[in-house]
Every structure is written in structure tokens, then in C-alpha cells.
Design a protein around this ligand. Structure first.
Ligand code: FES
Ligand SMILES: [Fe+2]
Length: 401
């Protein structure tokens, strides 16, 4: 799991005033909408006794009150009220939780899960279809009992379509994948791949005109840290899916899909589009859940790769660079949920660097190894926060060696 990226953590339409728990990178967060409409994202763990802030209530304009002893936190994570304290007693500086920068884009709430200052954060991907009036979006989500990198790789893997999807998407009579070029940038990669299409069925067959083409060009791609794109050029229009593979834990993933189409753009056809997306996904589910090892190997030679696996190989190589850079959180040895743990750890937020005087005083230790100075070399004590982060990470060290 990679920290220091923007993650889409929830659909915008699902976030209301009421605090709500979301999970990503194996950590719980509370998200709520402020009076002015902006969204806020905090670590869900109260620093007092670990109450879940998502079970709390809103207080004042924009504060969240812990359900246990009523401590009130501002959206920036500072505690401003401790009801048990007699009047006049100060609030400890350490009474604060991590707050994560949050924005809304493409119908999703995104949170920056890391502590890098703005100028060093990787960009959010660009989805041009969202603002193009020719396209209409549908939203669908599901949870799968598989590691998020397995579900990600599945989508950019063109060679499985004739076998897993039969005639609903692939063409079992034409399973060859002609060689393709991967275009890669720092944060994404994609490739145009020729697939033999099956005949359209159901509602969409109404749009069919002329003879069936020999091939359709499918664009497959990934955007770090967890998004995959599938662009299918059908004879009658474009279908573009962006899948957000949200790691709930090592072995569970929530997949949120935004699907754009520029045909049948009426609301009446939304249900049909969602049904098709869900049907394809349900064909993938049993295969992806069956993959072993459950977690994607770190060693490239642990599995056999073909030319048609070029996008996955590009992903694994890029991921290794980021691991070497210290951006990996949670390895094989990090067990979530079913083992009692005495230490609460959270992803370090930017405030840890902004408050050097608090560097060693954060109540919740930061998870993962230290961030880097951008050169790929761990800094050890960058910005004051690094030292504490590195110390706290001691129990996770060596997880990917
Ligand atoms: S646990 Fe949150 S106020 Fe006590
Ligand atoms: Fe698939």
C-alpha cells in the first residue's frame, strides 16, 4: 500500500453533514461535510481513548465531538474543547489528531494520505470525460475479498478477457493479443490494445450499424496509486471506466467505479450501464479472489510474465521504485483487525511537518517507513517529523526486503 498519494475515498453523493467512517490503507477515517459544503477528513481515532470519531456528532459549526468523552476537534485536527476539564484549564498541545487535505473531484471525495507538502505531492489524475457534456457518468461500488493490487492488475490484463468474460466482453475464438506499446509517465501508464469484439447483445445491439469490425481498440492503463482505466471503443460509442481500488486491508478491497459513456446518455439507460459493469466485475471476482499468493509479490521473478503482461510489469517496476523511496505502508507482516495491538498507528498528515515543535509528541505513531526528501533517499529527520516517523516505523521495517 502506498502512502503520499491522493486517494478517492468516497463518492461525493455519499458524504453528507453526518460524520461517516471510511477506510483506506487499512486505516479508518472520519469524513463529513462542513456547513459551507467543504469536506473534512480526520483520522478516526480519538487521541484520548481511541474512540471512533465517526460515531460522534457535529458540534458548533464545523467541529466533531468524540462519542466517548465529548472532546471536540476542529477540521484541522486540533482539539478545542475537553468537557471534563474545569473552566480555565488549558488543552494539551498534544490533543490533536491527523487531518488530511481533502477535495472533491469527478464525483468523488479525495484525501491526501501522506505528509508531503503540497509542491511535492503527486498529482491527481485527469479524467477529461467528466467535464465533457457528451459523456454521462454512472457510479457503482462493491467489496472484494482480494488484495487491491490483484484487482488493479486484473483490469489492465487484456489477455484474460476471452476466458473470464467469454462472449460478454472478449471473444474466445480470438484470444491472441497483438504486441502493443506501453506509454509511461511518472505516475501512469497506458497502452492501446487490439481485441476481437464479440457481437453486441441486448439494448446496445440496437446501436449496431454496418458489419462488425475485425478489432476494437481498447485503452488500458493505470494511475498511481490505485486507479485503473479501461476505455472500450465500441462501434457506436465510447465506454470509459475508472476503477478505484481502495485497500480496506491487505486482503479486502473496495472497488469504486465511475463509468462514462457517450451513447444512450439519457438517465433511463443508467441502470443498464451499471448492470453491464457489475456483470463484468462479477465474472472477474471468483478468479481474482482465488489468486495465490494473495498479495502481489515484490520480486518480479516470482511470477512469469509475457509480452501481453507489459502494463502489469511496468506497474510492478514503478511500485518497486516507490517502495525503495519509503512510500510503502504495511507489508506482509502487518495484520489488521484480528490481533490485539497496543500501539495505534496512523498515516502521518502534513501537520506533522508544519509543527516541528510537536514532531516527537504525536500521540499516535505514524505508520510506514519515513517519507523522503524527493530524491529517493530517506531523510531520517526531514522537517522534524521524519525522525519520529522513522522511530515509530521500527516495527514495520524490513517488511519488503
Ligand atoms: S475517547 Fe474520545 S473523548 Fe475520550
Ligand atoms: Fe476482467
Amino acid at each position: 500500500m502506498l502512502k503520499n498519494f491522493w486517494y478517492a475515498i468516497e463518492f461525493s453523493h455519499a458524504v453528507e453533514r453526518r460524520p461517516r467512517k471510511v477506510t483506506c490503507l487499512g486505516q479508518d477515517f472520519v469524513v463529513w461535510r462542513r456547513r459551507g459544503g467543504q469536506v473534512s477528513v480526520l483520522s478516526d481515532l480519538c487521541v484520548h481513548r481511541g474512540g471512533a470519531l465517526s460515531m460522534g456528532t457535529l458540534a458548533g459549526d464545523d467541529r466533531i465531538a468524540c462519542p466517548y468523552h465529548g472532546w471536540e476537534y476542529e477540521p484541522d485536527g486540533t482539539c478545542v474543547k475537553i468537557p471534563a476539564n474545569p473552566p480555565g484549564r488549558g488543552i494539551p498541545k498534544k490533543a490533536r489528531v491527523d487531518a488530511y487535505p481533502a477535495v472533491e473531484r469527478y464525483g468523488l471525495v479525495w484525501a491526501y494520505l501522506g505528509d508531503l507538502p503540497e509542491e511535492r505531492r503527486p498529482p491527481m489524475p485527469h479524467f477529461p470525460e467528466h467535464d465533457d457534456p457528451a459523456f454521462r457518468a454512472v457510479y457503482w461500488e462493491t467489496t472484494i475479498e482480494a488484495n487491491y493490487e490483484r484487482t488493479m492488475e486484473n483490469v489492465v490484463d487484456a489477455a484474460h478477457t476471452p476466458f473470464v468474460h467469454g462472449t460478454s466482453f472478449g471473444n474466445p475464438d480470438k484470444p491472441e493479443i497483438p504486441d502493443f506499446e506501453v506509454t509511461q509517465g511518472e505516475w501512469q501508464a497506458e497502452a492501446d490494445i487490439l481485441l476481437s469484439p464479440p457481437p453486441p447483445k441486448g439494448l446496445w445491439s440496437l446501436l449496431r450499424s454496418g458489419p462488425r469490425p475485425e478489432h476494437v481498440v481498447v485503452t488500458n492503463g493505470w494511475y498511481l496509486p490505485n486507479i485503473v482505466k479501461l476505455h472500450v471503443r465500441l462501434p457506436f460509442g465510447d465506454l470509459i471506466l475508472y476503477d478505484h481500488n481502495i485497500p480496506l486491508s491487505q486482503g479486502r478491497t473496495q472497488v469504486k467505479i465511475v463509468g462514462y459513456r457517450n451513447f444512450f446518455t439519457g438517465k433511463w439507460a443508467d441502470g443498464n450501464a451499471i448492470k453491464r459493469i457489475a456483470k463484468i466485475f462479477e465474472q472477474d471476482r471468483p478468479v481474482v479472489e482465488s489468486q495465490r499468493p494473495e498479495l502481489l509479490p515484490f520480486d518480479l521473478s516470482a511470477e512469469l510474465h509475457l509480452r501481453s503482461d507489459a502494463l502489469q510489469v511496468a506497474y510492478r517496476r514503478r511500485r518497486q521504485q516507490l517502495i525503495d523511496q519509503g512510500w510503502w505502508v504495511g507489508g506482509d507482516d502487518l495484520v489488521m483487525g484480528d490481533v490485539p495491538r497496543r500501539q495505534a498507528t496512523v498515516i502521518a498528515s502534513p501537520a506533522r511537518r508544519d509543527n516541528p515543535e510537536l514532531a516527537r509528541a504525536w500521540v499516535h505513531k505514524s505508520r510506514g517507513t519515513d517519507s523522503t526528501n524527493g530524491t529517493g533517499h530517506p531523510t531520517g529527520n526531514a522537517g522534524g517529523a521524519g525522525g519520529a516517523a522513522a522511530e515509530a516505523a521500527g516495527d514495520l521495517r524490513g517488511e519488503h526486503s
